[in-house]
Design a protein around this ligand. Structure first.
Ligand SMILES: N[C@@H](CCC(=O)N[C@@H](CS)C(=O)NCC(=O)O)C(=O)O
Length: 245
């Protein structure tokens, strides 16, 4: 009888911080409970759930990774744990390679995914702030970081993880997807030049288990759970940043 406790990945019902972790687990065919807390019910059910540390983890924030008595939060710590325990099988515990993968995940997470999430939430959290101003301040830095990641993509049709994607590959995928989602077709010239990122994304999407996650509807439509996300996206896409920047 298999007594290994199930893996649980708990987050809100949006892509946000957790999607690269979900992507990796689906692609690697790791069975896990993809728990998604509905944020629309904020604040009360969340405040109640938050006070239960068995649910909300050591820092009362999501995502939380749990397996039996082992529980960790902090997205990058979860990413690093998965990279070491599952992803490392492909790179034979090469510590320098693991550090490089963690570096890629960190840049994509902190400077691209989180930054775009903050832009989407910006007017909601600071009503005095104009979305246009927040975008003009942050977008050049986000694009610069993406261009750097583009230059680092392995040019031999492989992944950052080698022949099999690592967790870092999915942070790269979600970072690139987030900018395209946010800027929309008007601003395609800004992202079309990121040819290596485009190639890597296509390679990942050609993997059956990763692609199945989309068709099965397991990938949340919302990036942030912010109730006004669609309106913000519409506003951001209406501006042609190619001519403004
Ligand atoms: N440093 C943490 C931040 C986690 C975080 O702020 N999560 C948000 C959701 S995106 C949260 O749980 N917010 C609800 C709260 O703090 O009450 C990480 O990188 O994972």
């Amino acid at each position: 009888m298999n007594t290994t406790p199930p893996i649980i990945l708990r987050y809100f019902a949006c892509r946000g911080r957790a999607q690269p972790l979900r992507d990796f687990l689906y692609d690697a065919d790791i069975k896990f409970q993809d728990e998604q807390f509905e944020f629309e019910t904020f604040p009360h059910p969340w405040l109640e759930a938050r006070s239960n540390r068995d649910f909300s983890g050591p820092f009362a924030s999501l995502p939380v990774f749990q397996q039996g008595d082992f529980q960790i939060s902090e997205t990058l710590a979860i990413a690093s744990y998965l990279e070491h325990t599952i992803g490392q099988k492909n790179i034979h515990r090469d510590e320098c390679k693991l550090a490089t993968l963690n570096m890629i995940s960190s840049a994509c997470y902190l400077e691209i995914i989180v930054s775009i999430g903050e832009l989407i939430w910006s007017e909601g959290l600071s009503p005095q702030l104009r979305l246009e101003d927040a975008i003009s301040e942050k977008l050049p830095k986000i694009l610069d970081k993406l261009r750097s990641v583009d230059r680092l993509v392995p040019n031999d049709d492989k992944y950052f993880g080698g022949n099999i994607p690592s967790v870092a590959d999915f942070f790269v995928f979600e970072a690139f997807d987030a900018i395209r989602y946010f800027l929309g077709p008007n601003n395609a010239p800004l992202t079309q030049r990121l040819r290596e990122l485009d190639g890597l994304s296509r390679r990942l999407l050609s993997r059956p288990r990763f692609a199945a996650m989309f068709t099965a509807g397991f990938r949340p439509a919302s990036m942030t759970s912010y109730p006004e996300e669609n309106a913000v996206i519409e506003k951001a896409r209406a501006i042609e940043w190619t001519t403004v920047l």
